[in-house]
Design a protein. Structure first.
Length: 442
C-alpha cells in the first residue's frame, strides 16, 4: 500500500498550504473552508474521500516514485531545458529587469502581467487562471480580457486556492495558463501526471517565487496597523515609492467608509524573516525558485537594484516558449530586461535558500522526533547545520506558531505586539549571533 496518509491527516498535522487540488479528486466529500488560524484548508463535507486525493497533494509523505519530488517532476515536464543547476533547477536563461508598460502597476517589474498579456494576445492560451479582486477581496478566477490586463497585476499575500481550477476547467473553451507559488505549481504538475490530457489544456505555468504563505491574520494585522479597526477591503500589499528603495513599500486598504489607509511596511518590522503568520507546511518546501513552472518570477532583492523604488523582476525561463516570449519582448523594446548569471538569481533569494534548503534536515529531524509525518523531500537538500542556527530554527518555529495562536486569541495589534515582544527579541538576538558566527567561519 503506497499511500497510508489521508488528506485529513495532512491537514491535521499542518502540512497543507491550501492549494485545493485534492478537492478536484473528491468534490463530493471535500471543500475548501477557512480554518481557525486564517488558512484555507480542505474540510470533509461527505463520506468516503477518494483515495486519489492524496496523490495530488504536494506534501504527500508517500508519493509514487516517478513523481516523488520536484526533481522527478522536472525530469518529466522540463526535460527539454538546456541548463541545470542544483539550486535553480532546469532552466533556459536567467534575466533581470522590468516591463516598460506594467512596472508601475505591478508588484515587482511587471513581468507576470506582461507574460500573461502575451499569452492571451498570441492565442497561446484562451484564458488565464489568476488571482484577482472580487467583492473587495482576492480569489483565483478565470480571466480573458486582454485589454483589461492590469486588473490582474500585483501579488496578494492572502490565502487563495486553486479549488475551482479543475472543477470548472472543462466548462472553459480553450487552453488555460495559471499563476502559482511553488507548491501550487507542484500540485498542478501532479494532477497533470495522473491526467495527461491536462498538459494540453494547461500549456503554460507562471511561477511566483514565494518566501512563505501567510495566514489571513497577516492581512488583519496589517489593516489594524494602518488604522482600520473594522472590516477592510481591496487591500494593496505592494504600494511602491519610486523615490525610495525597492524594499520600502507600503500596505494599504479601504475601510467601511471607503477611506484608504496606508502605512509603510517597515513600521511593523520584519514580517518575512521572522516567519510571522506563516503556514507550517512552508517549512517543508525546498522549492525556492518555483522549479516546475515554465517561467519563474520574483523580486530582484539585489544590492544593485535596491535604489530603484519601482522594483525589478528576476526571471528564470524554463521552457523554450517562455524564453521566446522574454527575448521577443527585449527585442521589440517592451521589456527592459538583461541576462544575469544564475548566481545572481540565487543571491536574490539568499535568505530563502538558507532557511528553506540548508535547515530542512534539522526541521525534518525535529518533526520525526515528535513522531509527525514528513513530506517527501529531496535527499540532496539534506545537510547539517551549526548549533546557533538550530537555535534560530527552534525559535523561529515557536514564533511562527505563537503568532497564529496569539492573534487568534487577541485580534488586537497593540496587545499582539506586547505578547510577542520577548519571543521576537530572542529570535532577533539568536539570528544576530548566528550571522556573526557564520561570517567568522566563512
Ligand atoms: C505569498 C507570496 C510570497 C512571495 N515571496 C517572495 C519572495 O520570497 N521572494 C521574491 O522574490 N518574490 C516573492 N513573491 C513574488 C513577488 O511578490 C512578485 O509577485 C513577483 O516578483 C511577480 O512580480 P511581477 O511584478 O512580475 O507581478 P505582477 O505583474 O504584479 O503580477 C502578479 C501576478 O501574480 C498573480 N498573483 C497574485 N497573487 C497571487 C498569489 N497569492 N498566488 C499566485 N498568483 C498570484 C496575479 O494574478 C498576477 O498575475 C511572493 C509572492 C507571494 C504571493
Amino acid at each position: 500500500m503506497k499511500n497510508p496518509t489521508s488528506i485529513q491527516e495532512i491537514v491535521k498535522q499542518e502540512l497543507c498550504t491550501g492549494c485545493g487540488i485534492c478537492v478536484s479528486e473528491s468534490p463530493s466529500s471535500l471543500k475548501m473552508q477557512w480554518n481557525e488560524y486564517g488558512f484555507l484548508t480542505p474540510h470533509q463535507i461527505g463520506d468516503n474521500i477518494n483515495d486519489n486525493a492524496i496523490r495530488v497533494c504536494p506534501f504527500n509523505p508517500s508519493p509514487d516514485d516517478e513523481v516523488k519530488d520536484e526533481d522527478k517532476l522536472a525530469d518529466i515536464y522540463l526535460k527539454g531545458a538546456t541548463n541545470y543547476d542544483p539550486k535553480v533547477g532546469r532552466f533556459e536563461n536567467t534575466y533581470v529587469g522590468y516591463s516598460n508598460e506594467y512596472r508601475e502597476v505591478a508588484s515587482s517589474g511587471g513581468l507576470a502581467t506582461y507574460i500573461f498579456k502575451k499569452l492571451l494576445e498570441d492565442r497561446i492560451v484562451d484564458y488565464l487562471f489568476i488571482v484577482k479582486e472580487v467583492e473587495g477581496t482576492y480569489k483565483y478566477q478565470f480571466f480573458n480580457q486582454v485589454n483589461d490586463i492590469i486588473k490582474i497585476s500585483k501579488t496578494r499575500y492572502i490565502p487563495v486556492s486553486l479549488e475551482e481550477l479543475f472543477l470548472k476547467i472543462n466548462e472553459v473553451d480553450g487552453k488555460v495558463a495559471v499563476s502559482g507559488v511553488a507548491c501550487f505549481i507542484k500540485a498542478i504538475r501532479l494532477k497533470q501526471y495522473y491526467n495527461p490530457e491536462l498538459k494540453l489544456k494547461i500549456p503554460f505555468l507562471v511561477g511566483i517565487i514565494c518566501g512563505g504563505l501567510k495566514s489571513k491574520f497577516f492581512t488583519d494585522y496589517l489593516a489594524q496597523n494602518s488604522g482600520i479597526n473594522e472590516a477592510y477591503s481591496k487591500q494593496e500589499y505592494r504600494i511602491k515609492d519610486k523615490k525610495s528603495l525597492s524594499s520600502d513599500y507600503s500596505f494599504g486598504a479601504y475601510d467601511e467608509k471607503n477611506n484608504f489607509h496606508q502605512m509603510k511596511m517597515n513600521t511593523v518590522g520584519d514580517m518575512w524573516g521572522t516567519g510571522l503568520f506563516k503556514s507550517n507546511a512552508c517549512d517543508f518546501c525546498t522549492d525556492v525558485l518555483t522549479e516546475l513552472a515554465d517561467v519563474s518570477l520574483g523580486d530582484a532583492w539585489l544590492e544593485e537594484y535596491r535604489n530603484e523604488g519601482l522594483g525589478n523582476s528576476v526571471v528564470v525561463t524554463r521552457s523554450k516558449l517562455a524564453d521566446q516570449i522574454v527575448r521577443k519582448g527585449i527585442r521589440n523594446g517592451s521589456l527592459c530586461v538583461t541576462e544575469i548569471s544564475k548566481e545572481k538569481i540565487i543571491a536574490s533569494q539568499a535568505s530563502s535558500f538558507i532557511h528553506r534548503q540548508d535547515a530542512i534536515d534539522f526541521r525534518i529531524k525535529t518533526r520525526k522526533f515528535k513522531n509527525k509525518l514528513v513530506p517527501s523531500i529531496r535527499r540532496r537538500n539534506l545537510k547539517s547545520i551549526s548549533l546557533p542556527f538550530k537555535l534560530v530554527q527552534l525559535q523561529r518555529q515557536r514564533t511562527r506558531k505563537m503568532s497564529l495562536t496569539t492573534w487568534r486569541q487577541l485580534k488586537d495589534h497593540k496587545k499582539f505586539k506586547i505578547s510577542m515582544k520577548y519571543d521576537l527579541k530572542l529570535l532577533i538576538l539568536l539570528t544576530k549571533i548566528n550571522h556573526k558566527l557564520r561570517k567568522r567561519i566563512i
